[in-house]
Write a protein that binds this ligand. Structure first.
Ligand SMILES: [Zn+2]
Length: 150
């Protein structure tokens, strides 16, 4: 059990590293149109950072985006990216995916059989447009997969 989890953690870290390179590339070649620069003045320093965090006891505080390894959702219908239905290179599955949005904004697909594939045709903005609000936090990847029925 321990080794299995360590292996999956390593796979996620590798996923993050690979995705980070892609993200840098994207930023270098195109504007990040889904995330416009904030135009309103920054809030007063008193409400930023640790001051706000300390107002709530740790068990009530929602982890920030930077404190989680990634987001995940189940996608049961066929997934169409750029007009093409995605199929798993490992087993040919084309539906019932778990879609991951990693901390580095890379997107990964995991089929029912557990094959994981990076999906360069999707990004964090498209993930956010198609996912519901974050409603649960899992301590491990396995826990999250179980919760989503995989
Ligand atoms: Zn597969």
């Amino acid at each position: 059990m321990f080794f299995r989890r360590a292996r999956e953690d390593r796979a996620l870290r590798e996923a993050q590293r690979a995705g980070y390179a892609l993200l840098l590339q994207l930023q270098a070649t195109q504007a990040w149109r889904d995330f416009p620069e904030p135009t309103s003045p920054a809030p007063a320093p008193a409400v930023e950072g640790s001051a706000v965090r300390d107002l709530l006891p740790p068990q009530l505080r929602v982890p920030s985006r930077q404190e989680v390894a990634g987001l995940m959702m189940r996608w049961e219908q066929p997934l169409v990216v750029d007009g093409e239905i995605r199929t798993c290179p490992g087993c040919g599955a084309y539906r019932d995916w778990i879609v991951f949005c990693m901390r580095d904004d890379s997107i990964w697909l995991r089929c029912r059989a557990g094959h994981e594939t990076k999906e360069p045709g999707l990004d964090a903005a498209s993930y956010n447009r198609n996912s519901g609000p974050v409603n649960r936090f899992h301590r491990t990847l396995e826990e999250g997969l179980r919760h989503l029925g995989h």
